[in-house]
Design a protein around this ligand. Structure first.
Ligand SMILES: [Zn+2]
Ligand SMILES: [Zn+2]
Length: 127
């Protein structure tokens, strides 16, 4: 009888121990999960930071470009590859002013310079 009781106690203890282990294991797992989540969060934050920094850099660059664009107000702001008349890019059908090297679509200036377009000399409306 006493032996049986002792055995039962032993079993109870073993059960208790397994339970304890299970709890510990679960705790450990939860801790790992938490750590992983924290790592992920940190990574995500870092990425967002980088994106933010990149955007700021791009905006600063654009600002610098705008600032350096300069030029006085009444000067026409047309890029070198755009026709000075319609401000659209030209491809092959353009003519260059012999004085200032401004370029125009032939179609854009032909109304005013019909006679000269085919010749070598061309003087634009700015000259
Ligand atoms: Zn044009
Ligand atoms: Zn010109």
């Amino acid at each position: 009888m006493a032996e049986k009781k002792a055995q039962k106690e032993e079993e109870e203890k073993a059960k208790e121990k397994r339970k304890e282990e299970r709890i510990q294991k679960r705790k450990h797992r939860d801790e790992q999960k938490q750590r992983k989540k924290a790592e992920l969060d940190a990574k995500r934050r870092k990425k967002a930071d980088e994106r933010h920094r990149k955007r700021e850099m791009r905006e600063r660059l654009l600002q610098t470009l705008e600032d350096s664009d300069g030029g006085s107000e009444d000067e026409i702001q047309v890029s070198v590859n755009n026709c000075y008349q319609c401000e659209k890019p030209y491809t092959s059908d353009f003519i260059e002013c012999s004085n200032c090297s401004r370029r125009f679509h032939i179609t854009c200036i032909s109304d005013d310079y019909m006679g000269n377009v085919d010749g070598l000399e061309f003087e634009c409306k700015f000259c």
